[in-house]
Design a protein around this ligand. Structure first.
Ligand SMILES: *Cc1c(COP(=O)(O)O)cnc(C)c1O
Length: 387
């Protein structure tokens, strides 16, 4: 059997490898506590589920959905952006429903990258960015994110020939895995850089609603000129505990949205209408669940920060997102560290190097662990030392 080179060249998906390792330990009888995966454990709010059930019984929702979604969902997205960020979009030209943001991110390079073209990708970053560039035949140029620079890319450090060849730039704030945040002034520097080199900017805003200590994350689209150069991808997965329901959106520049709609309409048949109805309820209904969830995550953050510090790691308590990005004692490799921690304690963390070479020296812990398991994980971490 012949596998295409693009498939042969694919790295295994980070979380697939971790899930396998967890299954193996469980089979050995180990009581595993996983801090590895960012998938909200808190429930989808009941009023949102009710609207799904109701929509599922409506025969109007049985057939193929339109690949550009229901007009009512596009309008709900535009209205939400207006309320939340004060930014207005034309729901028919500047909004595109996605089957979760991972789907949109995966297809975006097909729109802007020809074989041999360069894309600028944050490192460490969500593995979908480099892999989707690779699948489109492009070349990845890593933008190192370092603690010294608050995990923001230094555009001045991109060599001029690379910047001139680059077609696409991915950004993600609040960030996975670093939890770093960016302000509108940073986004405006990104817009200026993109205009100077004619680069499309794609901002992934998956964690904009998950924030602590009264911090309110901005949208890339609040930056002056953002609509000239970019699009933003967001989803309901993290905000409303809806990862399994698969729905998100892209907003921004009409020509870029149109390109993505052209690719998608040739590949997929959209999001089930009942799920879009459910998403309309999520965006337009009561929003209290977001604050309630964030209060739970914030409490978990504070107890877990304490535990990882006592285990010998350094961590900056995050202002947003679902992760602790923990610095290992000098010289320790993240894969070896994670393996030793699992063998010694049954606690699973994600090795930072899985997010790119500049993630080496760190591990990521997720806050999406139910409270009783979290407490047990904390107990084990406190009884253990990295060195
Ligand atoms: C969780 C996550 C998403 C959301 O993915 P969906 O496909 O919308 O569920 C997107 N980007 C990043 C960086 C994430 O961590």
């Amino acid at each position: 059997m012949n596998l295409a080179k693009r498939v042969q060249d694919l790295p295994p998906y980070l979380f697939a490898a971790i899930s396998k390792k967890i299954a193996q330990k469980k089979a050995e009888g180990v009581d595993v506590i996983s801090f590895a995966i960012g998938d909200p454990d808190l429930p989808t709010p009941p009023h949102i589920l009710d609207s799904l059930v109701q929509a599922a019984r409506d025969p109007a929702n049985q057939g193929y959905p339109d690949s550009d979604g229901l007009p009512e969902y596009r309008k709900a997205v535009a209205d939400w952006y207006k309320r939340r960020f004060g930014v207005a979009f034309d729901p028919d030209k500047e909004v595109l429903p996605l089957i979760g943001s991972k789907e949109g991110l995966g297809h975006i390079p097909l729109c802007f990258i020809d074989p041999g073209d360069v894309a600028l990708v944050p490192d460490p970053g969500y593995p979908v960015y480099p892999v989707s560039v690779q699948l489109a035949g492009g070349t990845v140029h890593a933008l190192p994110l370092t603690q010294e620079q608050d995990f923001l890319p230094d555009f001045d450090a991109v060599p001029a020939d690379v910047a001139n060849k680059a077609k696409l730039l991915f950004l993600n704030y609040p960030s996975n895995p670093t939890s770093a945040i960016a302000d509108v002034a940073f986004f405006e520097r990104a817009v200026a850089f993109a205009k100077q080199h004619d680069i499309v900017v794609v901002h992934d805003m998956a964690y904009s609603e998950i924030a602590y200590d009264e911090y309110v994350p901005p949208s890339f689209m609040e930056a002056t000129g953002a609509r000239d150069v970019g699009i933003e991808v967001h989803s309901l997965s993290k905000s409303y505990n809806m990862t399994g329901w698969r729905i998100g959106m892209a907003v921004g520049n009409a020509d870029l949205i149109d390109a993505l709609a052209r690719v998608k309409s040739n590949l997929d048949s959209g999001i089930p209408n009942a799920i879009q109805r459910m998403a309309i309820t999520a965006l337009e209904g009561p929003q209290e669940s977001i604050q309630e969830n964030n209060a739970v995550y914030q409490r978990r953050r504070d107890t877990l920060v304490d535990a990882v510090r006592s285990a010998g790691l350094e961590v900056i308590p995050p202002k947003a997102s679902l992760y602790l990005w923990c610095r290992l004692p000098d010289g320790m490799g993240s894969i070896d560290f994670a393996a030793k921690l699992l063998d010694d304690t049954g606690v699973v963390v994600t090795p930072g190097v899985g997010y790119g070479k500049h993630g080496e020296g760190y591990v990521r812990l997720s806050l999406t662990v139910p409270d009783d398991r979290l407490q047990e994980g904390i107990r084990r971490l406190k009884a253990w030392r990295a060195t």
